[in-house]
Design a protein around this ligand. Structure first.
Ligand SMILES: [Ca+2]
Ligand SMILES: [Ca+2]
Length: 306
């Protein structure tokens, strides 16, 4: 019995050990809410419970910077809710020196939903109700870089169904069926083996459909501004209906807008660079075709053997 008890204890220790593998310690310099505590929501449209309030957050690792948008991922929350985007509205661009791999924590930063994507607005906020005596609402606004050599978390592999595209019902109203994609907001994710479907969708006519065996998702290239791309419609020039892609990687954003005559509520994968769209090498397609032909022959041979 004693032996079993000891073995059980050892197994327990091993399980605890494995359970902590892959988890990063929060840098001692950061404090406050975890990103998932800012993001997690059971609201019908996904609004953060901290919308329009100031928070301190332990933040996460910078995964991507696009202009004044800085995306953070908590490496301990890779299953969902663990990413968020900072908008650096500060006059001095205080966050301008940040780089991918920096762990950033923030204090007294304003949580704001823009089109139902949750942002941390980094700027001084003032109550100007009395113009003679404006009151600074977030006097402790600040940030700290905890560590600067963290590996940028690997994009999370999802299926198209995980990022389910909206459906049109009735005409000109495009809404998601449910909120199961909300946890992926602002995360870097990747879809593999997808085929481009309809194009020119969404609020800016710049969304295209990506389908795999599980369903369809929406993507857009609007975060990118490479030279030589057409103004309208705005897509990576390689994208065309029917094109098969090895993978598409990007950041998830929700877009939400409801009016009397139309409505939008959808999640979109936003590519960061042309490298995020991986088109199969011509040789790969040839090998795939050879493989299909051989498989077809084998099937036919098996049928003839019956
Ligand atoms: Ca949202
Ligand atoms: Ca959110």
């Amino acid at each position: 019995m004693q032996k079993h008890g000891l073995r059980g204890m050892l197994i327990g220790l091993v399980v605890i050990g494995f359970g902590s593998l892959g988890y990063a310690d929060y840098p001692p310099e950061v404090s406050g809410l975890r990103i998932d505590e800012v993001q997690y929501s059971e609201d019908p449209i996904g609004t953060s419970p901290h919308h329009q309030s100031f928070v301190d957050t332990m933040g996460g690792i910078v995964t991507h910077i696009e202009g004044f948008r800085i995306y953070l991922q908590d490496p301990n929350e890779m299953d969902g809710w663990g990413a968020i985007c900072i908008k650096d509205f500060s006059l001095d661009g205080a966050l301008g020196d940040l780089q991918a791999g920096d762990w950033v924590g923030l204090t007294d930063v304003y949580v704001y939903e823009k089109r139902e994507t949750t942002f941390l607005e980094y700027e001084e906020k003032w109550d100007n109700t009395d113009p003679e005596n404006p009151v600074r609402l977030n006097p402790n606004l600040g940030f700290v870089v905890g560590t600067s050599d963290d590996p940028v978390p690997t994009p999370v592999g999802l299926t198209a169904a995980d990022l389910a595209a909206p459906i049109e019902d009735p005409v000109d109203f495009w809404n998601v069926v449910d909120r199961h994609s909300e946890p992926y907001e602002s995360m870097i994710v990747t879809l593999q083996d997808v085929t481009v479907g309809a194009m020119g969708l969404g609020k800016a006519d710049d969304n295209y459909v990506l389908s795999d065996g599980t369903g369809s998702a929406w993507a857009s290239d609007y975060l990118q501004t490479p030279e030589g791309w057409p103004d309208e419609p705005y897509f990576d020039p390689r994208i065309e209906t029917g094109l098969h892609l090895d993978s598409v990687t990007g950041i998830v954003e929700q877009y939400y807008k409801q009016r009397d005559t139309y409505g939008w509520d959808y999640y979109q994968l936003l590519t960061r660079t042309p490298d995020d769209i991986v088109v199969p090498e011509p040789g790969t397609v040839s090998l795939l075709l050879v493989g299909l032909v051989l498989a077809g022959r084998r099937r036919r041979a098996a049928q003839l053997d019956r």
